[in-house]
Design a protein around this ligand. Structure first.
Ligand SMILES: C[S@@+](CC[C@H](N)C(=O)[O-])C[C@H]1O[C@@H](n2cnc3c(N)ncnc32)[C@H](O)[C@@H]1O
Length: 339
């Protein structure tokens, strides 16, 4: 084969170049969000010099950042006046219903951890202690809890459509974080009350969010470690969302057993998370999510929904079924009824 034929037959290297520089775009977005650029430009378009003066940043560097943001579709640029794009206006301006800026702040907090992936793969240990964002560091804990809330408001609209809690009055939300899902269910079912169990630092921020959502009378945070806490019994439904990705398979089975004990016969167990297909190799987002959890939780990773369904069946649940959330959400649920 000639050199020209060899080159022509080679795969396109573009995906490698795009992957190896993907952090450029990520950090451009996260930095703009951290600096408050979208809130500023939502007030009206500005020149780079005016943005730099308002943010207290360097004018030349700010111009480079604004050009990159515009190239990524985060800003528009009309004759040197920069303004928010429709995408940024919908999701990156504080106070908008779809606001995701807190979720981005949490990703920003975890950005440095990804630089320690090789170490985590060598040792199997996380790069940051999970306690940092579940109570130890108050700013990072707020980013984490409000970030979960931002995301849950969007994801929750799909969740309440997938889970039927009609006629059920008592919901236990294990590792419920802000309690957003419990609050959305409570808004949907006026006779439903929910108990949200989470670590004390998270529960305190979560209680603020529940009060803001106007359902504090029926959604109560109980500070506690679900590994050791006595879970309240006689529940009509138990929700375990976003928890399995931080626990081993053995511990997930244990939690399913404890959820069964907390449920009345006929009670519903709902387990929601990012799951892989059987075998763990697909879909791509879930495999990367597993690495993110490796970096941020002692037993972090990702499980397959087929395994979770088998664990529930083994624990005596019936009518066990898995469902994907509507695209583009990467989440799936597995739900079943206590026999
Ligand atoms: C990814 S968040 C999921 C929050 C919420 N359920 C959701 O789906 O949006 C995992 C939650 O588990 C909580 N958590 C982790 N370890 C815990 C423990 N040992 N006891 C109680 N909560 C815990 C974290 O504080 C966090 O709120």
């Amino acid at each position: 084969m000639s050199e020209a034929e060899r080159v022509a037959a080679s795969p396109d290297p573009a995906p490698l170049l795009a992957l190896s520089t993907a952090h450029w775009g990520a950090q451009t977005l996260l930095t703009a969000n951290r600096l408050g650029l979208f809130a500023l430009l939502d007030e009206g378009p500005r020149t780079a010099e005016s943005v730099a003066a308002a943010l207290g940043t360097d004018a030349r560097a700010t111009h480079l950042l604004l050009n990159a943001c515009a190239a990524l579709g985060l800003l528009g640029n009309r004759g040197g006046l920069f303004g928010v794009s429709p995408l940024a206006e919908a999701y990156l301006v504080p106070g908008r219903p779809g606001y995701l800026g807190d979720a981005l702040r949490y990703n920003d907090d975890l950005y440095a951890a990804w630089g320690h992936l090789a170490e985590a793969v060598r040792t199997g240990r996380p790069a940051v202690p999970a306690a940092r964002y579940t109570g130890d560091d108050s700013a990072q804990t707020r980013h984490f809890v409000y970030g979960m809330h931002n995301r849950a408001l969007g994801i929750g609209r799909a969740l309440v459509g997938l889970v039927d809690l009609s006629g059920r009055q008592r919901l236990l939300d294990i590792g419920g974080g802000p309690g957003t899902y419990s609050a959305l269910f409570a808004q949907q079912h006026p006779d439903l009350s929910a108990t949200v169990v989470d670590l004390p630092g998270v529960a305190a921020v979560g209680a603020e969010i529940i009060a803001e959502m106007g359902v504090a009378e029926r959604v109560r945070h109980v500070p506690g470690d679900y590994r050791v806490a006595d879970l309240p019994g006689a529940q009509d439904a138990v929700l375990i969302s976003g928890v399995f990705h931080r626990e081993t398979a053995a511990y997930c089975r244990d939690l399913i057993e404890r959820a069964r004990e907390a449920l009345v016969p006929g009670g519903l167990l709902v387990i929601s998370d990012v799951f892989t297909d059987a075998g763990g190799a697909e879909p791509p987002f879930a495999t990367l999510f597993g690495l993110n959890m490796l970096l941020t939780a002692d037993d972090g990773g990702v499980h397959a929904d087929a395994d979770v369904a088998a664990w529930m069946t083994d624990a005596g649940f019936r009518d066990v079924q898995g469902q994907p959330f509507p695209t583009p959400l990467p989440h799936r649920i597995v739900q079943g009824v206590r026999g």
